[in-house]
Design a binder for this molecule. Structure first.
Ligand SMILES: NC(=O)C1=CN([C@@H]2O[C@H](COP(=O)(O)OP(=O)(O)OC[C@H]3O[C@@H](n4cnc5c(N)ncnc54)[C@H](O)[C@@H]3O)[C@@H](O)[C@H]2O)C=CC1
Ligand SMILES: CC(=O)C(=O)O
Length: 370
């Protein structure tokens, strides 16, 4: 198969869809890999490293997209990339379509074979291609929160760990999945007072066990969210309903009730965000201020620590890329039903229900199309 890896163009997105190890693995199995010139530089990977692994470097994005049978990316295509869509092109990347109506329609109109990292499942129903970046974003959320709490950034001036004689800052994490656990690890490491809310009592039991009672666990409902957000110095939005638009849980009224200079990091922004009325920001201009509260809502947080993120992401995506290239997507999905869950748009139809529901579009099960 001919595989193309373009340079990412989202604001400050320094990750890249493949490493030299991935190129080597694909080329040694008889595939051809084209990489856009300088695509790896943001992750510390030179053109020469790709060439030495067997890739061919192309000077522009158009050539990479047009020559490839499968494009491997990191982030969802931006409007300037829609021109490269064509029937039968396999696109393997994060898509977050429930928050991207225009992209959903463009992929359907051009009959792209659109496979989203974030909805691929393993045998236990976990999300193996979302997990590595959720680990990164969860950890980063506390770093970012601590940074925006500083006075020179307009924050309240709270040090999350406190000091002897002064109590620590209060961190409230809504959603106790992968982002939530990793945020909690970092916040506990700093010495903060940590509370995690989740709708799943079993998950709260698990969190109580693994953190040996060092985090408070609270069932998630409107009443408890309002009560805890009001007292928080830093809130992390970490909820997910796979493939769907994130539920709006932190209302404008709740933001008004918070102390001025407190911070909300809405990690769930890539699925639309869990704060009422929130919109995505960029690494260049990462925050908005509402009612004196700082709202951080960057949809590609791991792009800022690209070296770590690229290697973490591609170590998980590569085995799937190899399956797709070796077997073709039909056979690969027949043998691995979890990979089939990644198919969001196919033959012009939306075949992931939560995406179709987000826009009132028709849902067609993949089995009817393959
Ligand atoms: N902004 C960014 O750069 C990045 C964003 N993300 C996003 O972070 C979000 C969380 O991802 P993961 O932790 O991997 O998901 P996950 O599936 O591991 O965890 C989500 C948790 O949310 C809980 N939940 C669902 N509804 C809830 C509610 N109403 N109240 C409280 N908890 C609720 C679930 O029970 C689950 O435990 C996703 O939207 C993901 O795409 C992930 C990586 C990077
Ligand atoms: C998952 C996601 O949105 C990211 O890694 O950018």
């Amino acid at each position: 198969m001919i595989i193309g890896v373009p340079k990412e163009i989202k604001n400050n997105e320094n990750r890249v869809g493949i490493t030299p190890a991935g190129v080597e693995a694909l080329v040694s199995r008889g595939h051809k890999v084209y990489i856009e010139k300088d695509a790896g530089l943001g992750s510390g990977i030179s053109n020469e490293e790709y060439i030495n692994a067997g890739a061919e470097i192309l000077n522009n994005a158009a050539d990479v997209w047009n020559k490839a049978e499968m494009v491997i990316k990191v982030k969802e295509p931006l409007p300037s990339e829609y021109q490269y869509f064509r029937p039968g092109l396999i696109l393997f990347t994060y898509l977050h379509l429930a928050a991207e109506e225009k992209l959903t329609k463009a992929l359907a109109e051009k009959e792209v074979v659109a496979i989203a990292y974030e909805t691929v499942e393993d045998e236990e129903g976990r999300l193996p291609l979302l997990t590595p970046m959720s680990e990164v974003a969860g950890r980063l959320s506390i770093q970012m929160g601590a940074n925006w709490l500083t006075k020179y950034n307009g924050g309240s001036g709270v040090l999350l760990g406190g000091v002897p004689g002064v109590e620590p800052g209060k961190v409230v994490i809504i959603g106790g999945g992968v982002v939530g656990v990793n945020a909690a690890k970092m916040a506990l490491g700093l010495g903060a007072d940590v509370t995690i809310l989740d709708i799943n009592p079993e998950r709260l039991r698990y969190l109580d066990d693994i953190f040996h009672g060092n985090v408070k666990t609270v069932i998630s409902n409107k009443y408890n969210i309002a009560r805890l957000v009001k007292e928080a110095d830093l809130v992390v939005g970490a909820v997910l309903i796979p493939g769907a638009k994130a539920p709006s849980l932190i209302t404008d009224e709740m933001i008004k009730s918070m102390k001025p200079g407190s911070v909300i990091v809405d990690v769930a922004i890539d699925q639309g965000g869990c704060v009422e009325g929130i919109t995505p920001t960029t690494h260049e201009n990462p925050v908005n201020v509402r009612h004196g509260v700082i709202l951080y809502s960057v949809a590609n947080m791991p792009g800022s620590v690209a070296r770590t993120s690229t290697f973490a992401l591609t170590s998980c995506t590569l085995p799937y890329a190899i399956k797709l290239a070796d077997l073709g997507y039909k056979k690969a999905m027949e043998l691995d039903p979890g990979l089939a869950k990644g198919m969001n748009v196919y033959k012009g139809k939306v075949c992931y229900k939560a995406v179709a529901d987000a826009f009132g579009m028709e849902y067609t099960p993949l089995e009817e199309l393959l």
